[in-house]
Design a binder for this molecule. Sequence first.
Ligand code: ADP
Length: 564
Amino acid sequence: MFSNRLMPFIAGVIAVVVSLVLWQALSSMEQAHLEKRVQMKAEALADDIGSRMEARVLALVRMARRWESRGMPTRDEWESDAELYAAHYAGYQAIAWVDPSLHVRWLVPRKGNEEAVDRYLGFEPTRLSVFESARTRREAVLSGPIDLVTGGKGFLAVVPILGVEDTEGFIVGAFKGEDLLEDILPAETRAGGYLITVLNGDTVLYSTGSGAMPQKAWAEKGVDLYGRRWSLRVRPSDELLADERSSLPEIILLMGIITGLAFAATIHFARSAREREAEVKETNLELRNENDKRRRAEEASERHARELETANVELEREVVVRKRAEEAAERNASELKRSNEELEQFAYVASHDLQEPLRIVAGYVQLLERRYKGKLDADADEFIDYAVDGAKRMQVLIRDLLTYSRVGRHETYSRVDCGKVLDHTLESLKASVDESGAVVTRGLLPEITADAAQVEHLFLNLLSNAIKYRGEEPPRVHVSAEREPRGWRFSVSDNGIGIDPKHGERIFVIFQRLHGKGEYHGTGMGLAICRKVVENHGGRIWVEPRNGGGSVFHFTIPDREVDQ
Ligand code: ADP
């Protein structure tokens, strides 16, 4: 199968080839027709030449026969006969009587042929052989081509005069080829566009047109004349060819080529139009698909936008809710702070203001004890003891509460040497250290930025607890500090009774105690004060059990600038 793309080309080629074949056929038909015409023309001309030459030779033959039957005529008789024939038939150069020795004796017309009179005609082989041949054959013979004595190409017609024993000479017609044939060939034929050449052997007797060279013939025809064969070559002239040849084949060729090209172009354009249409259809389809896709995408994006909008609205609502919650939390925090502050203020005021009446109560109760102990009954002594004890405990409680409330009031930050603070603390605790036989050791303690009084409270509470809640063994307390990325972590470890981890949080709450006042005296304020001090410095405090018994209290103090 040919590819579709080649179709127009193939159709065009086929159309052109068909018209070429048609053109070729028409041309050769026309050529054949023309050749036939030329052939027929040549045949007609050959007949003409034959018959007319025969008439001329027959005139000579008649002269010879009269001579033979009547005997030798007088010269005048003969000349008048000869003149008659020469005048009747054009083409004669001369008519002569040639005697048996081949000398020209009588000659008509004399004018122009003077040179030939008495001339011996055996002076060259062609002439000699024609006389020989006429003598032997005893009939009229034509010679080959000769150069006429009077000039020009020609030939001789030789008729022997047959005597009883030998020839009595010859009647000879000398013909000039050109004159003869111009007379014989019809003028209209020569003028009518045919180029004619007549050859006697190889020599041109006559030629129309371009001189003596024989032209390439379309038709060649032989003319047999008294022992010689002439040939006649005919071809049409260019003018005739131009006239005769129709331009139909060329027109058909041209039309065929144009039609072929137009056909090919039509197919091509039709095909490309079809292809174009198909392409346009396809493009339209793609475009439609594309549009559909785009519409769907737009719808989806609209949906997304709506969803986003809804989400935004919800988010905004959430933000508002959160903001309100934050505001509420802030309000609560500041409320809490305010209430804490009020509480602290109240605790401070209460503890501070309670001290004075309490001191009076304690003072008078103690006075009562000193004056009346043992002077009243046993019940009264016991009551007085309770009152003294209660007043004392109340005093300690109030003092601790006051200390707790004071943490954070009027604080001043400075560089505090923790080693020195520990020294000072140990001095304060000297009595209980000595009494318990406690051993307090320490690691390297740093200098920190803090409120010195608060740090001393911190150390004092932790160390006194470590000694107070001792086990069987004398207390061994170790104070150390470790550097952390943003501050110091202090540890106070003891070998005391330890703390159940489930109470790890509770012990730092105000008034919370794990033991009754019968076991260990105290108010439950010490660790609460510790936590308040640590948190006031931005740190954290917690307790862990110590390996091998006892507890380890840890607290952190972050770094800070002195001036803050
Ligand atoms: P207080 O010592 O006046 O009772 P604290 O607030 O100092 O009050 O301590 C709270 C409780 O924590 C104490 O009652 C005690 O039971 C426990 N505690 C404190 N320190 C130690 C310690 N080093 N070893 C064991 N228990 C302790």
